[in-house]
Design a protein. Structure first.
Length: 155
């Protein structure tokens, strides 16, 4: 029984090592790609969060990025200086500003997507393998973490 538990624990460690290896390769590719585009990883992530067909408010963008609105203002300033986004007053709520990708912003976002689609470790998998991996990672991401004994100890 203990042997089985050790094998399962070892498998979890092996899988986590592989997840981290894929993440490191993806991050290295992202760093190369954003560097070539004259962006930082945070700026690229901000650009990525702005869907081409959407016009999020600055507040919504902050929520999507999980950061303070003042950080989004800083990032939006940099992206606007590079001609990648515009900020305008929201006609539906004049107190809010909305963000829109410019033509240049759309092109840079496409270049990011193409690099990830063609050069990432995931791109090396077949479409069937990608769907299977997506299902498994979605299941793992949605699972509630097991509580440790220390977290459940009420003494």
């Amino acid at each position: 029984m203990a042997e089985h538990a050790d094998a399962e624990e070892s498998l979890v460690y092996d899988v986590l090592d592989l997840v981290f290896a894929v993440a490191e390769q993806t991050n290295a590719l992202l760093a190369d790609t954003v560097g070539d585009l004259g962006l930082t990883a945070v700026m690229a992530n901000t650009l990525w969060k702005i869907e081409p067909s959407a016009t999020p408010s600055m507040r919504q963008l902050a929520a999507d990025l999980g950061c303070d609105p003042s950080t989004v203002t800083f990032l939006a300033d940099r992206l606007q200086d590079k001609g990648l986004i515009t900020r305008e007053i929201d006609p539906a709520n004049r107190r809010a500003k909305i963000v829109t990708l410019t033509e240049r912003g759309l092109e840079v976002r496409r270049q990011l997507a193409t690099a990830m689609h063609t050069r990432s470790p995931i791109a090396q998998l077949s479409p069937t393998e990608q769907r299977q991996l997506s299902r498994l990672l979605t299941k793992a991401a949605r699972a509630k973490p097991a509580q440790t004994e220390a977290a459940t100890d009420t003494n």
